[in-house]
Design a protein around this ligand. Structure first.
Ligand code: ZN
Ligand code: ZN
Ligand code: FE
Length: 746
């Protein structure tokens, strides 16, 4: 017989951990106690060493579905205390708020079975849930996580639900959102004008969808717009009404088998699709899948994740499920707001009376190397912390501007916000500020240091500056691409000087110009710029981001062959003047803009409808080949610049010879792969660094990412990409936080 103490760190609260432990100690005939501690639980166990070993092995191998065990420590204690049974103790450090808030969880198998079982008292009840599934983050107003402090507070439990809630043997033990048809929320259906319609709400919604209507559906973290996918007419109507010109629509498929009819799915992708986090997974489209859904190679697919979705999907194989928002505003989450702003867009509304407290968009990821590679880490993940190597207590990282996010830290726990959106307007800004306050309250964090981008015009910078001034707090400003680099280092738990290949849209440089095609060397404390792209003039500034022919022409002009670019002479003259005078023509060493310009040259396309579309379409059109253009570098100011002018001239020559643009697209990207190799070799020569981190939005490109990784690995580098946060600006707050703690930035 022996007595041991177990410390389990990770997501082990609010995930049915104590009932699970209760069952396990009974099985192994152990005695002792358990209590919640900061970011974990502590237990004492008495029993035979064999039983204790068996218990620990099982806990490691089969933790509860929603638990994430970051660390497990077993210490042997002194003399036996001869505990009589197993008890749940109150936390010792009362007062300190160290609870973790669980992300929202997709419906579990048990609840799904009950939902479909005519003998179950929750048969076809759209809000069925249990300790293992259901809404969490999106319904919590405040901590402690108790029903009155959630939007379920409006629904007192009926005696039957209450009995389940109190029974430690029951799957609904301490499940705060537990409810049933007697005591819980209800669905209703509203017509296009927002008037309630009598009858079975779900059947009414299905009828509207069947007639090729568009229905606004209230989900977990906000509203979706749903419609059928089988008629182009309907998809066109939705695009028209939503003013969503070309961005791909996400779809919800009734099952993996249905998804397989539209896309190719690997076992790893299937695992992501069916995970309880239920992200949208980008899957390779089959030929014949409507281009009106997505003009790219991929289609974003998710499975139903609420009981309401399952009931709604009974009539359909697949539905478009695109988030409902006014242009550039956060996703809608309130019934009245939806009815008001979706007039003329939705033909009907499937709503319910459980309030969404916190907006949370669907997460978006793809599988790379068998693992999740995030494009948006949001519902199902937020606000679950990442655990860092450093104590970063009190740091508030304010993120960037596009794909905005923020993060608060306490101890080693790093609380990254959900997707906030592009901070272009007052609505998004107020959502951002509100969520910072919400996170501070939920996790009991009072910021003591703020860190933001170097860009003087970002909303997030202004927020940080004002707040620091008001509260007398220190502010650290971090160069955008240094933050990307540090984010990828921290993502991989690196803490030593590395090379950073940071390819991005745009970011403010230390010299006040726009950067974005960077080769950096350094660590959290600082960096050096070793390489970049020859700056590209953006005639008209921001206008050139969507009107990509302006960038295409600028490349031709720079390469000395403006006459080869197909464009009206008058416009050429105007752009040439603008670029020549430098008036409203900022220069950008941006990989994202280089992609836009090359795409415009290859296709003659005039404009795109969203930033980054050129790069996405170039990737989609590329026909893989081995050829590359020569990599030409020019040295100036201690930086090695990629001189793409010879490449551009060669491209025009090849286009004139009618070489297929699809091949040239691949040849262009192969050139970038070669560029990465040449530059990293040169930096290794100078600095001896042999670890390379890959970050920035351009590394969402799945043609580039594996090829850059492979060529660098082959050259003897250790290469790292993102795993836990996105490569795009959403992940930047991770780098900002580490830099602020390790003395970097300015
Ligand atoms: Zn469940
Ligand atoms: Zn009930
Ligand atoms: Fe960026």
């Amino acid at each position: 017989m022996q007595r041991v103490r177990l410390v389990v760190v990770g997501i082990v609260q609010g995930v049915g951990f104590r009932p699970y432990i209760h069952r396990l100690v009974t099985e192994f005939n152990l005695k002792g106690w358990i209590r919640n501690e900061s970011y974990g639980v502590e237990l004492e166990l008495e029993g035979t060493s064999q039983a204790i070993e068996g218990f620990v092995a099982r806990l490691k191998a089969q933790p509860p579905r929603l638990a994430v065990i970051e660390a497990l420590r077993v210490e042997s204690c002194g003399a036996l205390k001869n505990y009589a049974g197993f008890t749940i103790r109150a936390s010792e450090k009362s007062g300190e708020n160290n609870t973790l808030v669980s992300p929202d969880v997709g419906i579990c198998e048990d609840c799904l079975r009950e939902l479909r079982d005519p003998r179950d008292r929750r048969y076809r009840y759209p809000f069925i849930n249990c300790t293992n599934c259901g809404p969490r983050f999106t319904i919590i107003r405040d901590v402690p996580y108790d029903r009155p402090l959630t939007s379920m507070g409006a629904f007192p439990m009926c005696p039957e639900c209450e009995t389940e809630y109190r029974d430690i043997e029951n799957r609904r033990y301490h499940a705060q959102p537990d409810c049933c048809g007697v005591c819980g929320p209800r669905v209703s259906y509203l017509d296009a004008a927002g008037n309630p319609v009598e009858g079975d709400a779900i059947a009414l919604a299905q009828a509207c969808l069947s007639e090729q209507g568009i229905v606004a559906v209230k989900g977990l973290g906000g509203f979706h717009l749903a419609c059928k996918i089988d008629q182009e007419e309907t998809l066109r109507k939705l695009r028209q009404r939503k003013h969503r010109d070309e961005k791909p629509f996400a779809i919800m498929c009734a099952s993996v088998d249905e998804a397989r009819k539209l896309c190719y799915i690997t076992p790893e992708e299937e695992a992501q699709l069916t995970s309880f986090r239920r992200p949208i997974v980008l899957l390779r489209k089959r030929t014949g899948t409507s281009p009106y859904l997505s003009e790219n190679l991929d289609l974003g697919v998710m499975l139903p994740y609420t009981p309401l979705h399952y009931l709604l999907m009974e009539g359909f194989d697949a539905l478009v499920m695109t988030s409902a928002n006014r242009s550039d505003c956060p996703v809608m989450y309130d019934n009245d707001e939806a009815v008001e702003h979706l007039q003329g867009i939705a033909d009907g509304f499937l709503v319910h009376n459980r309030d969404i407290v916190t907006r949370c968009d669907d997460s978006l990821l793809r599988v790379f190397d068998g693992q999740a590679y995030f494009l948006r880490r949001s519902r199902g993940y937020a606000p679950q912390p990442l655990f860092l190597q450093e104590d970063c207590t009190g740091v508030l990282a304010c993120g960037a501007e596009q794909k905005a996010s923020f993060a608060l830290s306490k101890g080693r726990a790093f609380f990254l916000s959900q997707h906030i959106g592009d901070m272009k307007n007052a609505e998004t800004l107020s959502h951002y500020e509100g969520q910072i306050e919400h996170f501070q309250r939920l996790f009991g964090i009072t910021p003591t240091k703020l860190v933001c981008d170097l860009h003087p015009d970002y909303f997030s910078t202004a927020y940080a500056q004002e707040r620091c001034e008001r509260e007398g707090l220190p502010l650290v400003q971090v160069q955008h691409h240094h933050a990307h680099m540090a984010a990828c280092m921290a993502d991989n738990r690196l803490d030593e000087p590395c090379i950073g290949v940071i390819w991005d849209g745009t970011g403010y440089g230390t010299d006040g110009t726009i950067w974005g095609g960077e080769f950096l060397e350094g660590d959290y404390a600082g960096f050096q710029r070793y390489g970049s792209l020859r700056p590209i003039p953006l005639a008209g500034g921001d206008r050139a981001v969507k009107e990509i022919s302006r960038v295409g022409f600028a490349l031709a002009l720079d390469a000395g062959c403006p006459e080869l670019y197909p464009m009206a002479e008058g416009k050429k003259k105007l752009l040439t003047q603008m670029i020549g005078s430098g008036l409203n023509s900022p220069k950008a060493s941006s990989m994202g803009r280089l992609f836009d310009g090359v795409y415009a040259i290859l296709t003659g396309r005039e404009a795109v409808t969203y930033e980054g579309q050129g790069a996405i379409l170039l990737e989609a059109m590329a026909e893989p080949c081995e050829d590359a253009y020569p990599v030409t570098l020019e040295e100036a100011d201690g930086v090695s610049w990629f001189d793409f002018r010879p490449m551009v001239r060669e491209m025009f020559r090849e286009l004139a010879e009618n070489l297929p643009a699809a091949q040239l697209a691949a040849k262009f990207m192969n050139t970038l792969v070669a560029l990465a190799r040449v530059q990293c070799l040169a930096i290794r020569e100078k600095t001896g660094r042999d670890k390379v981190v890959l970050s920035g939005g351009v590394f969402q490109n799945m043609y580039l990412l594996p090829r850059v990784r492979d060529t660098l690995t082959e050259a003897g580098f250790q290469v790292y990409h993102h795993h836990r946060v996105s490569a795009n600006d959403e992940g930047i707050s991770l780098g900002q936080t580490m830099i602020a703690v390790k003395g970097g930035g300015q």
